[in-house]
Design a protein around this ligand. Sequence first.
Ligand SMILES: Nc1nc2c(ncn2[C@@H]2O[C@H](COP(=O)(O)OP(=O)(O)OP(=O)(O)O)[C@@H](O)[C@H]2O)c(=O)[nH]1
Ligand SMILES: [Mg+2]
Length: 330
Amino acid sequence: MTANLTPQYHDAEERFKKATDHAEKLAALREMIALLPKHKGTEKMLAHLRKQFSKLEDEAALAPRGGHGHRVEVGHVRREGAGQWVLLGPPNAGKSSLLAALTHAHPEVGHYPFTTRVPLPGMAAFEDVQVQLVDTPAVAEGHTEPYLPNLAHDADGVLLVVDVGADDAEPAARLLHDLLARARVWPRSRPFPPGAPPFLLAKPVLVLGNKSEDDDGTFAALAREAIGADLPFFPVSALTGAGLDALREVLFRELKRIRVYPKEPGKKPDLERPFVLPEGATIHDLAAHVHKEIAARMKFARIWGHAKFDGQQVDRHHVLADKDVVELHA
Ligand SMILES: Nc1nc2c(ncn2[C@@H]2O[C@H](COP(=O)(O)OP(=O)(O)OP(=O)(O)O)[C@@H](O)[C@H]2O)c(=O)[nH]1
Ligand SMILES: [Mg+2]
């Protein structure tokens, strides 16, 4: 039986062959596992790849970590796009199904627990920006991957995925809150505790109440009560897609970033590829982002968008808004 491997799979395989260290090999293998079509004909191949992956992981753990060597971080996913959200949740909640519904990634989905073995990223589009979602192995009593707290600590936000119909909502919620505490992540919707240690990071923590397609709100309310009613809660369904379009926008807005379109004098702005900057960024921040030299030489800017009138002249301290078009004058 042929496996019908995609060009993307062959690319990943090529990278695997050329890889010179454990981190590169593991990254390529992870992609191969994710990209391998899952059917009867590829079962053996999948088993072989997984075996190779765990063997490499073991080797990587034993490899010396000298000052010049590459540190192997199986649980680290390089941030791409406007920001990174990590999906965390109990087995079978639908984390991988949500990644598949929101992005072009092809994670394995199964009706049995612990289908996902390694983190897998995907990009979710909202208008002209992309946010990164990272699917992860399940959080369960005695089965939680040791790198998950790190992954959550490094991400810009956390999505707690729960199945609104699950009957073990409370123990699952407890495990997720323990994990957030170990990750030193404080949900931004809660008042920040006075005198909190500096390593505690306030981040957006949202709850996705998945499998809500047949729910009239009763199950969602119970799930919300279990996980904490002070966390923003979004009923969604990976199956029907309900709630997902609205969620794309929330994922971008909660990152508190803005899009800005630089334009050259006399030319049209490039509205396809915005610069993404933190909320509160100024003209100077944009110029520094475009080019250090431009920032130093910049005299003034003209702005189209939220300013009083189009083409208004502003100085370098002017605070930008989402979707502003900016002409920098050096
Ligand atoms: N009815 C319904 N079923 C869903 C929905 N989302 C996922 N499922 C099903 O739930 C099961 C688990 O889905 P996965 O996406 O593999 O769940 P997961 O959280 O990634 O599971 P692990 O990787 O094992 O932790 C599969 O049988 C899915 O088809 C949904 O919105 N509605
Ligand atoms: Mg999964």
